[in-house]
Every structure is written in C-alpha cells, then in structure tokens.
Design a protein around this ligand. Structure first.
Ligand code: SF4
Length: 67
C-alpha cells in the first residue's frame, strides 16, 4: 500500500457501526445520518486506514493511490 492513500466511504453501504472511528480515530466521524465521512481526503497513515477498511463490516471504505 502506498504511503498516502485517498479515502472514500460508500454511503450506501455504510451502516454506521463506527468501527472506523475507533480503529482510525481522528480520520473518520459519523455525520448526522450516522454515516461515516473521512475527515481528510488524503491520509498519510495508510496502514491504519487500511486496517479500518478491512474491519468495516460492510466493506464501505475504499482506498486508492493518492498520486
Ligand atoms: S466501519 Fe464501515 S460501516 Fe462502520 S461506520 Fe465506518 S464506514 Fe460505516
């Protein structure tokens, strides 16, 4: 995984479990509809956000190279 990754959340898949807000604290928050939103579009700590993506129960977190 690249050092920097672009993070998006598929709002249709997100069920608001908040796992990502714990695993990658400070990188995600839940909005008023209990859907996760990335706090920054490009993240430097690829490992932690990759872990959040793997632990998301609905595979709603998508990562791509930041380039
Ligand atoms: S872990 Fe997945 S389902 Fe849970 S809030 Fe984050 S993006 Fe949504």
């Amino acid at each position: 995984m690249a050092d920097q990754v672009r993070v998006t959340v598929d709002r249709e898949r997100c069920v608001g479990s908040a796992t990502c807000t714990v695993v990658a604290a400070g990188l995600f928050e839940l909005d008023e509809h209990d859907r996760a939103v990335p706090l920054t579009e490009v993240v430097s700590d690829a490992d932690v956000v990759d872990q959040a993506a793997q632990l998301c129960p609905t595979a709603a977190i998508h990562l791509s190279p930041a380039d």
